[in-house]
Design a protein around this ligand. Structure first.
Ligand SMILES: C[S@@+](CC[C@H](N)C(=O)[O-])C[C@H]1O[C@@H](n2cnc3c(N)ncnc32)[C@H](O)[C@@H]1O
Length: 235
């Protein structure tokens, strides 16, 4: 079973980040969910925003305005695809790595978590949308156990209908599930749609495969996301 403990991410960041180098990977969208300002206000020695959006576009501008409004400066900005083989070399390493809202959008979970691990010196705070342990609705029942993940583009129509009904009944939109979104472009798997459907426990289990121990895990105060705080073994 996934943990039902409520995780306060910003509290966790503030509790650990003093004196550490910090990066928020994929923190741009939505602007106010970024954690660079939290890290700097919590005493990080340096903080970086890294995102797939090309530097200088409207999300970067919104982020810069947001930081300025909070009186935060001195951070770095990097353009990165965290799943790219070049990502670890391009990013470098950080004592504390945060990544939220990306995991279920990437086709290659192993490249994603492997690269997150490669850029983490000590702590990884990873959040993702997850599925409940079981969905039961008018379309049927679907279980999300600790040891498997559903690959959305090959879901059966029956299972797709169960998940879509679950999300829609909650007013949620999900590319590839509740509306059409291409999984491939020019024969290449593209980041963006909901590729994987998994439980919170699956998430912490797959993180544990990468030489990390789980310090805390649980649900967000709001929403259906799951968060795992992991430490590199021996760090
Ligand atoms: C759903 S938003 C999540 C935003 C915020 N972190 C949150 O939790 O609300 C996904 C963000 O991750 C970025 N992103 C998606 N795929 C990425 C990748 N492969 N590498 C780096 N950033 C990525 C997107 O540009 C976007 O800013």
């Amino acid at each position: 079973m996934a943990s039902n403990e409520i995780i306060h991410k910003r509290q966790l960041i503030r509790a650990h980040v003093a004196g550490m180098t910090y990066v928020d990977i994929g923190g741009l969208w939505g602007t106010t969910n970024e954690t660079v300002t939290t890290a700097i206000q919590g005493g990080a020695s340096h903080a970086t925003m890294a995102d797939l959006h090309p530097l200088g576009n409207r999300w970067w501008k919104a982020f810069e305005d947001h930081c300025e409004a909070k009186g935060v400066s001195g951070y770095s900005e990097k353009w990165v695809d965290i799943c790219s083989p070049d990502a670890p070399a391009d990013l470098g390493t950080y004592d504390f790595v945060h990544c939220s809202g990306v995991m279920y959008h990437v086709p290659d979970l192993f490249a994603f978590i492997g690269n997150l691990r490669a850029v983490t010196n000590q702590l990884l705070l990873l959040s993702s949308e997850v599925m409940p342990d079981r969905i039961t609705n008018a379309r049927g029942t679907l279980e999300f156990g600790p040891d498997h993940s559903y690959l959305t583009p090959v879901l059966s129509e029956e299972n797709r209908a169960i998940v879509a009904e679950y999300l829609q009944s909650d007013g949620r939109r999900a590319g590839g599930l509740t509306y059409d979104a291409p999984f491939f472009s020019d024969g290449k798997a593209r980041t963006g749609p909901w590729w994987w459907l998994f439980s919170g426990e699956f998430m912490s289990r797959i993180v544990s495969l990468f030489d990390m121990e789980i310090l805390a895990e649980g649900v967000r105060r709001k929403g259906r996301g799951y968060t795992v705080l992991a430490r590199v073994k021996g760090a």
